[in-house]
Design a protein around this ligand. Structure first.
Ligand code: SAJ
Length: 426
């Protein structure tokens, strides 16, 4: 199977880097996105997302004529789908269900361009069965073609799932270096997808079934979530028992078979806090540990907030005449993890908003942004430098372990009331 033209449907955090990396291997890549602004930006050789090194790769690919973006799919040898798969909950915040509407829309849009011999790969993190569902949508749109679910190895169209597994901040490197799990709807589908990814992947391409590949991705992120939940739970227990959890973890990790992750302000981003729910939804009775881990991690910001409230109460007890608005809390970090500017689904941002609701003045120190997000646009909340915040704050709350904070550990640790959610002070 020859892949000269590759179409990437969805040009977001995964789709754009993937498209650019294929283009850097001198393949003709047609990127497709419904967002006209993103399309225009890319066609100028620029990028609309923040990811180290990506601007250079996209710029070169566009300038050399290998990458072009458009809003409508065009014919290609292979179509890769990297669109969002969010979940929705009921009115009580329960019953997390995967929302496949973007996969459906992408399938319907690309189906018009399919021709015999084409390969379609779903990259979006998806619940088990989503690839088969995508195949059904494609087949419904193109009754003139045959698909693996009805014609097996003899089908006109090959279909596979190859979940993305790159870490934001290291996407360009990990896209090339990481191993890829490649789940075909049939062995020939997997073989075709392996041949496609080998154009760019230096890691191993390991064939399996589509359902196993879907579950593998969910498992990776759930494994991480469960282990972070263990660390977060330990941090709460240790606080109750007056034990330094950071020392405890570093001691326990000296055991050759123990490797505890790092407690924090909660689990943010679009992946680890979402994907485990796909497993819980598929097997609610049996996914007990995975569900509990989600609940533990989702509960952590509330616990950090309760410590801020307690500190403010204690300050009021010491100084009964002080009004709430006289007290200042410095929130250090609002990104969803260290050294990025991404505030999406950030527990630190959520905590900061709630601290602001306590009525105190809030100084937000986030060296990776230039202006406060809309959700913090209030009179008593301001973006400050670390020095300004340390000079004024009554309570310092460390929510993200940015490198620039680590350089100022002594100054931060010197403050009287410090709530350290991330172990900056050790
Ligand atoms: N976190 C902790 N303690 C830790 C590690 C992380 O509290 O010890 C928090 C972070 O602060 C952050 C969240 O967890 O809020 C997630 O951060 P992360 O860096 O662990 O992961 P993501 O969400 O940026 O990317 C993950 C990665 N998955 C795994 O490491 C198994 C990445 O490889 C996936 O491609 C990505 O999800 C995805 O797209 O699914």
């Amino acid at each position: 199977m020859e892949f000269n033209t590759i179409s990437m449907i969805g040009l977001g955090y995964i789709g754009l880097p993937t498209a650019a990396v294929f283009a850097s291997r001198r393949k003709q890549v047609i990127g497709v996105d419904i967002d006209q602004q993103a399309v225009d930006t890319i066609n100028r050789g620029e990028i609309h997302i923040v990811e180290p090194e990506l601007d250079m790769v996209v710029n070169a690919a566009v300038k050399e004529g290998y990458l072009r973006a458009t809003t409508q799919p065009e014919p290609a040898d292979a179509f890769l789908v990297a669109v969002p798969t969010p979940f929705h909950t009921d009115e009580n915040g329960q019953n997390h269900k995967a929302d496949l509407r973007y996969i459906k829309a992408a399938s319907e849009a690309l189906a018009e361009q399919l021709k015999p011999g084409n390969l379609v790969v779903l990259e979006s993190t998806s619940p088990v069965g989503a690839t088969e569902q995508m195949a059904e949508w494609l087949a419904a749109a193109r009754p003139d073609l045959t698909f693996p679910q009805t014609h097996g190895e003899a089908s006109d169209i090959r279909i596979a799932h190859c979940p993305e597994r790159v870490l934001p901040g290291h996407v360009v490197r990990e896209l090339v270096e990481n191993d890829r799990v490649i789940g075909g709807m049939t062995p020939k589908c997997a073989e075709a997808a392996c041949a496609l990814y080998k154009i760019v992947v230096e890691g191993e391409c390991i064939p399996t079934t589509a359902r196993t590949a879907e579950m593998a991705k969910l498992t990776e992120n759930s494994f991480r979530d469960v282990n972070i939940a263990f660390a977060n739970e330990l941090s709460i227990i240790c606080h109750e028992l007056d034990i330094n959890v950071w020392e405890l973890i570093s001691l326990a990790n000296r055991h050759p078979r123990v490797n505890i992750l790092t407690p924090g302000a909660g689990v943010g981003g679009h992946c680890i806090a979402v994907d485990p729910w796909f497993i819980v939804d598929a097997s609610p009775e049996h996914a007990r540990l995975i569900r509990t881990a989600r609940e533990v991690n989702d509960g952590k910001p509330e616990w950090v907030l309760s410590r801020v409230s307690e500190s403010l109460e204690a300050l009021h007890r010491d100084n009964p005449n002080a009004r709430r608005g006289d007290l200042t809390v410095a929130c250090l970090g609002v990104a969803f993890k260290p050294d990025i500017d991404d505030l999406r689904e950030s527990p630190a941002l959520g905590i900061t908003k709630k601290v602001a609701e306590l009525g105190c003045r809030v100084q937000v120190v986030e060296p990776n942004i230039q202006a406060l997000p809309e959700s913090l646009a209030q009179e008593h909340v301001e973006l400050a430098t670390l020095d300004e915040a340390l000079a004024q704050a009554d309570v310092v709350c460390v929510l993200v372990k940015h490198k620039s904070f680590m350089a100022q550990v002594d100054a931060i640790g010197g403050k009287r009331v410090v709530i350290d959610a991330v172990g900056l002070l050790g």
